[in-house]
Design a protein around this ligand. Structure first.
Ligand code: PEP
Ligand code: MG
Length: 589
């Protein structure tokens, strides 16, 4: 057979699973490219027109972004749309505009050159800053600058908005504008060379319910528009030149997954009880009240973590006591008699308050810096407004309160003292609240894990924040892609620490929940329950799978799994053991 007729060998590219599902089809390669900027001297008599051209391009860009924003809001919700607020702010940045005009007046070069020069200076300055949030601002400016330049040069919007037919989009990178402009009716899947599980492209792919794989490295260099590939969003795999057998296998998998999803949805109405009759409390994590209907739909046993900082992050100013009260009371009313655990403010770290840079000055190590309870204990007024709002909401349902990032007894005692002052104020105001509202401490710093016995007299429950606990225990920045492979929830140190927390807390009669991502991952759920954790709180959409799993396992087996895992030394082997436990009970198909 002549070599050109021979089937090309199958190539498997391992990326990161970002949105589940399987797709097979032709690809459209999208390369984010820099706009070519012409550079020329403008005739003195045309200078007025040049400034008018700039004003017009800014106006058109603003209209385009506002349009994208309203479409995103309609399709994905207000939160996703908020990213474009940052883009609109770039267009309002007086420094960027006046510097461009000043450069133009002094050099007489065309406005594209002047604007591009100023924008690049800003991008470079932001990109150098050792702060993830500010570095992202560089991306916002780049994205907006590209648009302004395209408008100045009369270039059309990118081709992602006009996919001719159903295509798998393979891109080197996708900016928020790119992601938002993807033709929803025609995108079969999204694959990017770069990116992490939390990149914007991924959020968009998930909301479009199309499979997505990120971190496929140099895939755009290995394929061409028109090639056919298979995307496995479950395993984070892309297969080039898939064989007939592979396609058949994936066809079967797809059918099985569909019928499995159906079974999951059915299990949501059933109680979360193991086969040997143990009730498991499965709760939901929320960030805003808009998620309450989803929590109700998934029949969560309450809210195990209300991340209140999003109320602050989504507003241009700090929300008042009354505004916060309305949010917490809405959750309490919606869920009663089930509990709603409101976590006090966890700003700082990866969540600085953009509207108040004065409150969060730049720090070299924000994750180990002025964050959460540390911030609240320095800013009494902000903290007390929140504490009063939570107390007031407790009159409307089963509200509980917990403090994040507790590292020692002193913080817990000081926070409780402020809470007591708030109670006194409310009594003086004659406003009702639950005098017995339960107070909990999050255990997410190793020092707190080591002193559960000392913390226990000052609170009535504990909630393990595994996201932070693992990062501090293993010294692995939870947001750093380069060391993501070292972020191992099954590290023996993590298992022993959780076991220690649970045993100590139970010795003092305090229940323990897990509200980090680990608590909603079906691979880890049996291990956590086997270690003695009393409740799990997770993203509402994970509840069906976790409930299905709980109903398919016995607590006796989970305890045995924990005993065996605790005796092992390799995180990978412990992971494999947990994975096998899960897969043996939850068979897709
Ligand atoms: C955690 O650290 O596990 C947690 C739940 O808190 P957050 O992810 O908000 O830091
Ligand atoms: Mg945390």
């Amino acid at each position: 057979m002549p070599s050109e007729n021979r089937a090309k060998p199958e190539v498997i590219v391992q990326g990161i699973s970002a949105s589940q599902g399987i797709a097979y089809g032709e690809i459209f390669v999208y390369l984010q490219s820099q706009v070519e900027v012409p550079n020329y001297q403008v005739d003195p008599e045309k200078r007025i027109d040049e400034v008018a051209r700039f004003d017009q391009a800014l106006l058109v860009t603003r209209q385009q972004i506002a349009k994208i924003q309203s479409e995103v809001e309609k399709n994905l919700g207000a939160d996703e749309a908020r990213i474009f607020d940052a883009h609109l702010l770039v267009l309002e940045d007086q420094a960027l505009i006046t510097e461009t005009i000043r450069d133009f007046e002094t050099t007489g070069r065309n406005i594209e050159t002047c604007f591009n020069g100023v924008a690049q200076r800003y991008i470079q300055a932001f990109a150098k800053i050792d702060d993830e949030y500010l570095r992202e601002r560089a991306g916002d400016i780049r994205d907006v600058a590209q648009r302004v330049l395209q408008n100045l040069l009369g270039q059309a919007e990118n081709s992602l908005s006009r996919l001719a037919e159903k295509r798998i989009v393979v891109a080197n990178d996708l900016s928020p504008s790119d992601s938002a402009s993807i033709d929803r009716s025609a995108a079969l899947a999204i694959v990017t060379d770069s990116g992490s599980k939390t990149s914007h492209a991924v959020i968009v792919a998930r909301s479009m319910k199309v499979p997505a794989v990120v971190g496929a490295r140099d895939l755009t260099k290995r394929v061409r528009t028109g090639d056919r590939i298979l995307v496995d969003g479950y395993e984070g795999i892309v297969i080039l030149n898939p064989s007939e057998q592979t396609l058949f296998r994936y066809g079967e998998i797809q059918l099985q997954k569909k019928s499995f999803e159906q079974r999951l949805l059915e299990s949501i109405r059933q109680p979360a009880v193991t086969r040997d009759g143990v009730d498991v409390k499965l709760m939901a994590n929320i960030e805003k009240v808009e998620e309450l209907p989803q929590v109700k739909e998934h029949l969560a046993a309450g809210i195990g973590l209300f991340r209140t900082e999003y109320l602050y992050l989504s507003s241009a100013r700090i929300p008042t006591e009354q505004e916060q009260f309305l949010a917490y009371a809405a959750a309490a009313e919606a869920l009663k008699p089930q509990p709603v655990i409101v976590r006090t403010l966890d700003l700082g770290g990866d969540k600085p308050l953009a509207s108040h840079p004065d409150l969060f000055p730049h720090e070299a190590n924000p994750f180990m810096g002025f964050r959460a309870i540390r911030f609240c204990l320095e800013h009494h007024q902000i903290f007390r407004d929140q504490l009063r709002a939570i107390l007031l909401a407790s009159a409307h349902g089963q509200v509980e309160l917990m403090y994040p990032m507790i590292s020692g007894v002193d913080e817990l005692v000081r926070a409780n003292a402020l809470l007591e002052e708030c109670r006194v104020e409310l009594r003086a105001r004659n406003q009702p609240f639950d005098e017995k509202m339960a107070i909990g401490a999050m255990i997410e710093i190793p020092s707190a894990a080591a002193i559960i016995d000392l913390l226990a007299p000052h609170c009535s429950f504990f909630s393990i924040g595994t996201n932070d606990l693992i990062q501090y225990l293993l010294a692995i920045d939870r947001g750093n892609e380069r060391i993501a492979n070292l972020y191992e929830p099954t590290h023996p140190a993590v298992l022993r620490t959780i076991k220690h927390i649970v045993d100590e807390a139970h010795r003092f009669g305090r229940p323990v929940g897990v509200c980090g991502e680990m608590g909603g991952d079906p691979v880890f759920v049996p291990l956590l329950l086997g270690l003695g954790v009393d409740s799990l709180s997770m993203t509402p959409s994970w509840l069906p799978t976790v409930k299905y799993l709980v109903r398919a396992m016995t607590m006796a087996d989970a305890r045995q799994l924990a005993v065996e895992a605790l005796a092992m030394d390799s995180p990978k082997e412990i992971y494999a053991k947990c994975d096998a436990f899960y897969r043996a009970r939850v068979k897709v198909g």
